[in-house]
Design a protein around this ligand. Sequence first.
Ligand SMILES: Cc1ncc(COP(=O)(O)O)c(C=O)c1O
Length: 407
Amino acid sequence: MTTLAVNAFESRTETILKGLRESGQLKILQTIEGPMDATVHLRGFGEVACFCSNNYLGLANDPRVVEAGIEGLRRYGAGTASVRFICGSFDCHERLERRIAEFYGVESSYTFTSCWNANEAIFPTLCEPGDIIISDELNHASIIDGIRLAAVIKKGLHKTVYRHGDLSSLRAKLEEARANPEVTGTAWVVTDGVFSMEGDLGDLPGIRALCDEFGAKLVVDDSHGTGVMGRTGRGTHEHWGMAASKVDYFTGTLGKALGGGAGGYICGSRAATDLLVQRGRPTLFSNALPCTIACSADKAIEVMMQEPERVERLRRNVAAVRQGIADVGFEVLKSPTAICPIIVHDTAKAIAMSRRLLELGVFVIGFGYPVVPEGHARLRVQVSAAHGPDHINALLAGLSQLKREFA
Ligand SMILES: Cc1ncc(COP(=O)(O)O)c(C=O)c1O
């Protein structure tokens, strides 16, 4: 007979935390003492240029977006204290969902408290036993977990992974699926539009062509592409010159370019959003997006649709930062996105470099394991339309200093 180890949790947790502390890998959460903008006020560091937020269009502290959130709170209170199928939706949810659908030019959208939640809703709800989900190996963790959850809930639902951005690997997986007698339903291909750690793009035209050849559905999580890619910021499909109708379903976040508060959505056909209302576990068992956010995100999308010059300013800033990083002597993967990873391999080194940058007045985060694979640690520089030349100069001066101090 075995004995339960009463203190097993405490001792293993202490061991993990001690290991992280001693190897310099412990994450320290900074405290921000004001709004998110081109600069932020960090406790202990003062005003620093912020290059680690997803505030791509600089709307997180836009007075119109802030005011809309305050007005939402005044008008609707904190919420219904319930889920939507029980107490209903506020009209601000309906407005936001119409706005998102209009922004993409698709039939319908449905919101969630996060895109993480949206990705945990879409696969377990829309996919059934006999289907197969084929996912890029570097897709966001929320897609990976959403697919895992779907496979647990729906026994007989197949899942597989193709090599990152590799169309021949995707083709091989689709061929395997076609030859598999147990795959009798729909094939779903899933990709990020912009990959959050690499800052590269999903090859949507190539993936779509394969989906058409094999009769598969395409799902794109464009959390880092929306508001950033394409002439009007519609997203990665616009960058590639594709109509939104070429993507069967989008998932996305309201917690980055589109206001920056929180929230996520799924958009595409009305039949799919109707099914999510009937069967999605996060829709049936979890509260709606807070009204403050529904109202501020709605305003953020309205502002971005009216002011496409923000997207143009972001594009110019991205070009200047990418060129500047290369001039300083760091390598950054070539790509048009606002995510510029500088690979330094070692997690402790990435954290030490990030800390030094903060002392120099620049806020850039070092990412290591388990956010990226062991040996692939990096500084991730993220660009915003809110940045002016002074912020970009501060970033490049800080990186120059790092180049001298760290071998
Ligand atoms: C590609 C991608 N999908 C989903 C998410 C999760 O978004 P949210 O913060 O709305 O849960 C993120 C956030 O980092 C992301 O980068």
